[in-house]
Ligand binder design. Sequence first.
Ligand code: NDP
Length: 460
Amino acid sequence: MSNIPSEPEFEQAYKELVSTLEDSTLFQKNPEYRTALKVVSIPERIIQFRVVWEDDAGNLQVNRGYRVQFNSALGPYKGGLRFHPSVNLSILKFLGFEQTFKNALTGLNMGGGKGGADFDPKGKSDSEIRKFCSAFMERLCQHIGADTDVPAGDIGVGGREVGYMFGAYRRLRNQWEGVLTGKGLDWGGSLIRPEATGFGLVYYVEEMMKYAGKGSFAGKRVSISGSGNVAQYAALKCIELGATVVSLSDSQGCLIAEGDAHFTPEQIEEIATVKLARKPLTAFSGKSSFKYIEGARPWVHVGKVDVALPCATQNEVSKEEAQALVDNGTLFIAEGSNMGCTQDAIDVFEGVRKTKGSGSIWYAPGKASNCGGVAVSGLEMAQNSQRLSWTREEVDEKLKQIMRNAFDNGLKTAIEYVQSAEGELPSLVAGSNIAGFVKVVCAMKDQGDWWGTGAPVNGA
Ligand code: NDP
């Protein structure tokens, strides 16, 4: 990596994966996987382009657009588009890398990719959003397709933006095809897709609770960060399952419940409307029942909680915040966001996990616990191919099964490859990383993307 510019987020994601592979018996059992690691960590293709559009005042505006087509061994490139001023190649490479292994954990035929632009949707009119989405798709459309690369939403890209981009693609290519997921229900979208990441996260944590013998969500206190798509549906599912949600946040600050206060489904719905209008949490009419802390994340302020679900953005739990959660007796941490925890925070959680007994903490990495969103995107692609729509119940049941499989796969792989003391909870971060990695690199070897001597890779 020496002759390329520093890519801090990508290097962090790469090191996180490699450290868990190194700490396991994977390379001892399969030394040729070191060759595979070199190949799999370089994207197959990166597309960079300029996006020129006109604002409402008639001024020319220009942004940087990207698509990182990371890996297509398991299926068409698949992963979201992010519109946020912080977007750069390092962030998109980290997201595409994570996405590749996450998609493998869903068990569906999807490769990994990620894209976006450094465009800030905040404060833009509907017509400016439409013009930007059309201009973005004008440049991207020649590189994607239902069997090539199927983007979806991410931060700053919701149903409205997907609609504008889908329409632009259809007009430019004269083709109606499942080229994007997260579409409107009347034109090819899947039921449960908007809910899928948040719901899937909660289904995953239910599996953790069952395995650890800690009951269910009923009666548990849950701290959530973020107030966007993932946070909203995670909160609604927690409440439906009998838990109380005691925090939410956005990029400006956090709301913390005091005393017996907690968020109701009606309040979450109002917050969804506030966020759709791209307003801050301070515009929420019920905020006086909560303590608002400007510029803060919830973790050190929320007090005793059983479950913490980071659902805003990368690196949103630091070492100190992780320690505060541990000190307050949190039992389960699961990422709704991608790379929600810093490596130092993961080290804190993984250290405490090795404590036997009721004080153990169990951490789930986003590539496993938030794979429900892309999983239902995969189900949307399947429905589009069949020109059929499945019922809400069918999709929800499939989502539950995919989350159970992702959990079981990570758990069993950790037991197989990572030595642990008796009574210790298996490392879901190591197990999920290894399971995703092995699946992708086996497919790549079968397809001649890399080769080497050593034991046969299949069935390793
Ligand atoms: P949204 O844009 O709907 O919401 C993002 C939330 O995070 C908002 O509350 C936003 O605050 C907050 N936020 C964004 N940037 C920052 C920041 N730098 N510091 C503090 N808060 C911030 O996005 P999603 O809910 O879709 O995505 C949230 C996370 O989940 C991301 O990491 C995404 O990659 C991941 N994810 C999403 C999936 C999906 O299906 N949507 C699938 C898998 C993972 P504000 O409103 O003030 O901007």
